[in-house]
Design a protein around this ligand. Structure first.
Ligand SMILES: N[C@@H](CCC(=O)N[C@@H](CS)C(=O)NCC(=O)O)C(=O)O
Length: 225
């Protein structure tokens, strides 16, 4: 975590502080902040160095993961919740359909679906040691997880083919930011998400957004640009 002690004791000018690590679950929250044209501070949490388990960070995020978003100095966690929070706080960015509309319900549905299915599957794919230290158990787990992720791509691809180009049809939203982040995580898997036609077209569309390019520059990303 870069400069956390200093940030903890100084008055921040910006409403938001995002604790992030490049290309991880913080990515879609970061892109939402960019889309919303919000002012924010970024604090890098060095996951390789284990800084997510520093006591100071655990006080903000007891699960020891990124992202954490401070809003007016109050810590908030869970990617999907943060995404919905940022979208709701910045209606002018049009990252969420109108409150009370049928599209709004679909928006909740997709974000919760992604958070309940794909994101935990990726957690197993990247962190099989969460479940077992045994290499043979991990291998079985990863094979099963890979099949699970592929079946989810197939389901979303079918949806986009029929109802795309975005998850909500013609309307881009924060749900798409979560989807593109998760798709990116599959880039080194046996069958990356872009092997499905509609998902591939979706990726091209999302990658053309100025917020994607800005996100890449700010997080120092290069792969899957
Ligand atoms: N449910 C959490 C999961 C976040 C998560 O797993 N973040 C990963 C990066 S993608 C992380 O911080 N990993 C570090 C670790 O587990 O030590 C959320 O949605 O915020």
């Amino acid at each position: 975590m870069d400069g956390d002690a200093r940030r903890g004791s100084q008055k921040r000018e910006n409403v938001y502080t995002l604790y992030y690590s490049p290309g991880t679950a913080s990515m879609c929250v970061h892109q939402a902040l960019i889309e919303a044209n919000a002012q924010y501070d970024l604090v890098l949490v060095d996951l390789q160095a284990g800084r997510q388990r520093d006591p100071a960070y655990l006080r903000l995020n007891p699960a020891g993961v990124v992202p954490t978003l401070l809003i007016d100095d109050v810590p908030h966690t869970e990617t999907a919740a943060l995404l919905m929070t940022v979208a709701t706080r910045h209606p002018e960015a049009r990252l969420a359909p109108a409150e009370g509309s049928a599209l709004r319900s679909a928006w909740y549905q997709w974000i919760v679906y992604l958070a309940n299915t794909l994101q935990p599957a990726f957690r197993l794919w990247f962190y099989p040691a969460d479940i077992s230290e045994q290499a043979d158990v991990q291998a079985i787990l990863k094979a099963a997880t890979c099949r699970r992720i592929e079946s989810i791509w197939a389901r979303i691809d079918t949806h986009l083919l029929a109802h795309g180009p975005y998850l909500l049809g013609g309307e881009f939203s924060a749900a798409d930011l979560m989807l593109i982040m998760l798709m990116r995580w599959s880039r080194n898997m046996p069958r990356p998400a872009t092997e499905w036609t509609a998902l591939d077209q979706f990726a091209a569309r999302l990658k053309a957004r100025p917020s994607w390019k800005k996100l890449y520059a700010l997080e120092g990303l290069s792969e899957w640009a």
